[in-house]
Design a protein around this ligand. Structure first.
Ligand SMILES: C[S@@+](CC[C@H](N)C(=O)[O-])C[C@H]1O[C@@H](n2cnc3c(N)ncnc32)[C@H](O)[C@@H]1O
Length: 315
């Protein structure tokens, strides 16, 4: 199935289900990537600042923990985006003349082009091999390209965008691709004051709303849809018991939407689930490592203790 067919297939599967859902990986067309950049710049969206602080202020600790074996490796970043945080690590490793290749993976081609050009200018000595596509498919390609040691980065609490069971499945799949001695670093957003969490996803300026609605606009643009964007409302929840922070688009009226030849019926107040951003406890993170075949090594936190980068080994 080509990319457009998969998008079409996943959209119809989700919108014909009950309750309705859309997959968050489709947020990131060029418009979505630009809107996400604006979200990351919002003061209320603390996640970026916390993880940026870890990469900026604890670069040497990260590098020493990740590269303890001192052998050449491939540094593979899943969903690299603009690599704003990992750039601190890249600069440090280049400065220390460490022998490694940087392989950013991203589903958005435009993002990868921009990143490659920027790194070429900023770090001309760095070898960059961009891989355009889905996490697992591109990770397979990366592991087939060389048998050097692998260090995987999965930042930005992207793991939080999966249901718990799917996050475990994701880590198990990555683990199967790796070998003894390989390492994985994952960014996790921690459970904290519920108001702080809710405000990060419910900004008054409406950038998160625009980001979520862009998914419907993308369906209109790419799949011949006719969503009336004004007939949907952004609705955000956070459950401090299970750590689930969820985004919905709620239909404001009874309506029919055409997607190509298909007709989707929505009732007034019917929600479409578009994203989960799960928040974890440190204990749940270690448990996830153990249950998915890794050995938890350490968790490096920001100064507020709001976010951790967990480092796991393959033994
Ligand atoms: C939330 S951004 C995070 C960017 C960066 N890792 C950071 O922490 O700042 C997520 C990135 O992952 C990419 N992405 C989302 N789903 C993906 C998938 N299934 N496969 C590959 N890349 C994906 C998006 O295009 C986007 O650039």
């Amino acid at each position: 199935m080509d990319k457009l067919d998969s998008f079409h297939h996943d959209v119809l599967r989700g919108l014909n289900d009950h309750p309705k859902w859309l997959l968050p990986k489709y947020f990131y067309d060029d418009n979505g990537a630009a809107l996400f950049k604006r979200i990351m710049d919002m003061p209320a969206y603390y996640l970026t600042d916390c993880e940026l602080e870890i990469f900026r202020d604890k670069t040497a600790e990260l590098a020493d923990t990740l590269c303890a074996q001192q052998e050449p490796f491939d540094l593979i970043e899943l969903g690299a985006g603009d690599a704003m945080k990992s750039s601190f690590l890249l600069k440090h490793l280049v400065r220390e003349q460490v022998d490694f290749t940087y392989m950013p993976i991203d589903i958005c081609g435009e993002v990868l082009h921009t990143l490659r050009d920027r790194l070429h200018g900023d770090l001309p000595d760095l070898t960059v091999v961009p891989l355009h596509g889905e996490y697992h498919e591109m990770l397979r390609e990366a592991t087939e390209q060389s048998d050097r040691r692998k260090i995987i980065l999965f930042l930005g609490s992207n793991i939080g965008n999966m249901e718990l069971e799917d996050a475990h499945g994701f880590c198990r799949t990555v683990n199967r691709r790796l070998k003894v001695g390989d390492t994985m670093l994952i960014g996790f957003d921690l459970q904290k004051n519920p108001h702080t969490i809710l405000e990060a996803y419910n900004d008054k300026e409406g950038i998160t709303k625009a980001f979520n609605l862009n998914l419907l606009e993308r369906i209109n643009r790419e799949l011949d849809g006719d969503f009336n964007i004004n007939a949907f409302q952004h609705y955000q929840t956070y459950d401090p018991i299970d750590g689930g922070c969820r985004s919905y688009l709620v239909s404001l009226t009874d309506q029919e939407v055409n997607i190509g030849a298909e007709v989707i019926c929505l009732a007034a107040n019917e929600p479409i689930s578009v994203e989960i951003s799960r928040k974890y406890t440190p204990l749940e993170i270690d448990q996830m490592a153990i249950e998915t075949g890794f050995a938890p090594l350490t968790q490096i936190a920001d100064s507020k203790n709001w976010f951790v980068d967990a480092i796991w080994h393959v033994n």
